[in-house]
Design a protein around this ligand. Structure first.
Ligand code: PMP
Ligand code: GLN
Length: 383
């Protein structure tokens, strides 16, 4: 293995899920829902599979899916041409990697916000670029927000792109319009590309608003906006994602993508198109349920003795382990499946500064209520 990929030989999700299975633990580690997507979408997929629709789809994705993606994006007030400005990918993961491979090279710097989704560091390394990590700061109300001073300080003449994820995994924070407006201003001032990971775009709570960076002044032309069906329609195993961006940027991402997977998920693409057109009410139901599940798990964790942090979106809530007498959330996370039969993920594995994030565990609440209650019951034994 080449040196630049040596830090990335395994993923915390695969390891933690394997450990959970070994100990028959309730898995609140890896973020995947335990209920299926909308029946109409599944029916469509079945019809494709049995209807002989099992060969390569077109390189940029099935036309009906690209059209549905463009129409869906109009909810934010931005129009994209389905033929030149939309690209279907093998999940958001491929979109992120292909964007970095296509748009950055050795010597370029990419600004990444920590804690960051694990694939970001690996994808930046695969591209041969360097990551420049900035952190989050706590606003007065306990909400985590971007450290804009750190962002300004991190920009150098070598900076090529900013990689931003909101709603944010693992913290559940949602970046505000004011903050994103300043990010946009800096991108324009320094001629940077923005790569925005919006996979949790629909999963925001308490009236929080998801603001796509591409909708802010000057950003439509310089933003690669990335979404995924996995989190929107409870089908994380389908790996259907997409990119919306200006034609030159989409053409660049496609150049990389076509030699990574070429295409993927052919028979599933019409089903996702159908879901984007007809199942957004279903998604709203999931969003409302998830908000309740967040409350249920947050209350349960607090009851079990954790110091629970507010979550405003995604599948995740974080909690500080210190009130329970632990001084390292990673040590606890690796022991937890065997000790009480619950799996969670330590936030520090998503950072370059584990000491600064040492006390937080991430728990997924995209689970049935009985599963959440069982996990909480088991976690109470820690106290
Ligand atoms: N970005 C974030 C922030 C995620 O949590 C995930 C996991 N779903 C992904 C990207 C990857 O998405 P996909 O499964 O569509 O590749
Ligand atoms: N996105 C999911 C999470 O953050 C897991 C995805 C994966 O296993 N790579 O938990």
């Amino acid at each position: 293995l080449v040196p630049r990929l040596r830090p990335f030989t395994s993923t915390v999700f695969a390891e933690m899920t394997a450990l959970a299975v070994r100990h028959d633990a309730v898995n609140l580690g890896q973020g995947f829902p335990d209920t299926d997507g909308p029946a109409g979408m599944l029916e469509k997929a079945k019809n494709s599979l049995f209807g002989g629709d099992n060969q390569y789809p077109p390189g940029p994705g099935r036309p009906e899916l690209r059209a549905a993606i463009a129409r869906h994006r109009q909810r934010y007030g931005t129009s994209y041409d389905p033929d030149t400005e939309v690209l279907v990918t093998a999940g958001a993961t491929e979109a992120i990697a292909a964007a970095l491979l296509a748009l950055t090279e050795a010597g370029d710097e990419v600004i990444v916000v920590e804690p960051y989704y694990d694939s970001y560091a690996a994808a930046v390394a695969m591209a041969g670029a360097q990551r420049r990590v900035i952190g989050l700061t706590e606003a007065g109300d306990g909400r985590l927000e971007l450290d804009l001073d750190a962002l300004r300080a991190a920009i150098t003449p070598r900076t090529r792109a900013v990689l931003l994820n909101s709603p944010h995994n693992p913290t559940g924070t949602v970046f505000s319009r004011e903050q994103l407006t300043e990010v946009a201003r800096l991108c324009v001032e320094h001629d940077l590309i923005a790569i925005t990971d919006e996979v949790y775009e629909h999963l925001v709570f308490d009236g929080s608003e998801h603001v796509p960076l591409a909708t802010l002044p000057g950003m439509r032309a310089r933003t690669v906006a990335i979404s995924s069906a996995g989190k929107t329609f409870n089908c994380t195993g389908w790996k259907i994602g997409w990119v919306c961006a200006a034609p030159e940027l989409v053409a660049a991402v496609k150049a990389a993508k076509q030699f990574i997977t070429f295409v993927s998920g052919g028979p599933l693409q019409p089903a996702v198109a159908y879901a984007l057109e007809h199942e957004l009410d279903w998604v709203e139901g999931v969003r409302r349920d998830l908000q309740e599940k967040r409350d249920r798990l947050s209350a349960g964790l607090a009851d079990a003795g954790f110091d629970v942090r507010p979550s405003f979106g995604t599948y995740f809530v974080t909690a500080d382990v210190r009130p329970l007498g632990f001084s390292d959330a990673a040590e606890l996370a690796w022991a937890l499946p065997e000790r009480v039969g619950v799996a969670a993920v330590p936030v520090q594995v998503f950072t370059d500064h584990p000491d600064e994030w040492k006390y937080l565990l991430r728990f997924a609440f995209c689970k049935q209520n009985e599963v959440i209650d069982e996990a909480v019951g088991r976690l109470r034994k820690l106290g």
